[in-house]
Design a protein around this ligand. Structure first.
Ligand SMILES: [Ca+2]
Ligand SMILES: [Ca+2]
Length: 170
């Protein structure tokens, strides 16, 4: 340690990875919290930059001491289609020895009742569903992909109701 070295701030982010699930495009996921704190000395002035337009961070800048700052991560899927997306948040600070730090965010948009995975919910999906109707896990005809509502080991009216909610979605 030289006499002229100053103690620096240190970025801590928790967690370092997020996964969001959305049941169809246009729906938004439950917001999740990212916590930023300083495990080093002094004040940590931090800023978040985001590599994609479907993810929001509020606030996107702040000043942390040892007590964590909460940042709310929100999604906007209105311009997206079904599929999986990845985004990286970068937390940077001129005060920190370990700047920048990144946070990985994954987003999965699934249409629950699209059993044949062709992007819509129509009669073909209903045909798949009928074949599994009133079957339990382990029985002939049971199809895990059709088991979209509780109880998750039997295909019954609850699954049919969930299917109906997505009927003719495309
Ligand atoms: Ca389909
Ligand atoms: Ca079920």
């Amino acid at each position: 340690m030289g006499a002229f070295e100053f103690a620096r701030a240190n970025i801590v982010r928790n967690p370092a990875q997020f996964t969001f699930f959305v049941s169809r495009p246009g729906f938004d996921a439950e917001p999740q919290s990212l916590y930023i704190s300083n495990s080093g000395a002094g004040l940590l002035n931090w800023k978040i930059t985001c590599g994609c337009n479907w993810l929001g961070a509020d606030p996107n800048s702040g000043s942390s001491t040892a007590s964590p700052d909460e940042v709310l991560l929100t999604t906007d899927t209105s311009s997206l289609t079904r599929g999986s997306y990845s985004c990286q948040l970068t937390i940077s600070s001129p005060d920190a020895a370990n700047t920048p730090q990144t946070v990985q965010v994954d987003l999965n948009i699934i249409i629950k009742a699209d059993f044949d995975a062709d992007g819509d919910v129509d009669l073909v999906d209903f045909g798949v569903f009928v074949l599994a109707w009133l079957t339990a896990q382990g029985q002939e005809g049971y199809n895990l992909v059709c088991d979209i509502a509780e109880p998750y080991d039997f295909i019954d009216e609850a699954d049919l109701a969930a299917f109906a909610e997505n009927w003719l979605y495309q």
